[in-house]
Write a protein that binds this ligand. Structure first.
Ligand code: SF4
Length: 127
């Protein structure tokens, strides 16, 4: 995971990418805060996504609706997906991510779905 909770997950196919922010942004990643967290095959990535979602739900100040509601709905959708309740929540997660990114007031809401979306899209977590 590059850039911390507001960054994104890189997968095995990304291992040869240089740690260069401009290059990473070309493929939808960022160095962000500079955090590089390495996970091996023993890490429960669904649990990681739960923790990231809970972090953003807690950190949302509540001033704007996309972030205040989106972080809660994001966490709920992850719980349903983790319980195996169907693909509808994958598109819901994507829609929530878009709304938070495009309509949140500050960077917290705008990046609250980054890591989760990257785990779903790049690594297939929750799919
Ligand atoms: S996006 Fe920023 S201002 Fe809006 S609720 Fe989230 S933390 Fe507050």
């Amino acid at each position: 995971m590059l850039g911390g909770a507001a960054g994104g997950f890189a997968g095995p196919a990304d291992l040869d990418l240089p740690l260069d922010d401009a290059r990473l942004r070309e493929v939808g990643l960022t160095l962000g805060s500079g955090v590089v967290m390495v996970h091996d095959q023993h890490v429960d990535l669904v649990d990681q996504l739960r923790r990231i979602a809970a972090f953003f739900r807690d950190e949302s100040c509540g001033q704007c609706v996309p972030c205040r509601v989106g972080t809660i709905r994001q966490e709920e959708a992850i719980e349903r997906l983790a319980a195996g309740t169907g693909e509808a929540d994958l598109s819901l997660l994507r829609d929530i991510a878009g709304a938070m990114r495009d309509a949140s007031i500050c960077g917290l809401g705008q990046t609250a779905a980054n890591a989760i979306q990257s785990a779903v899209v790049r690594l297939g977590v929750l799919t």
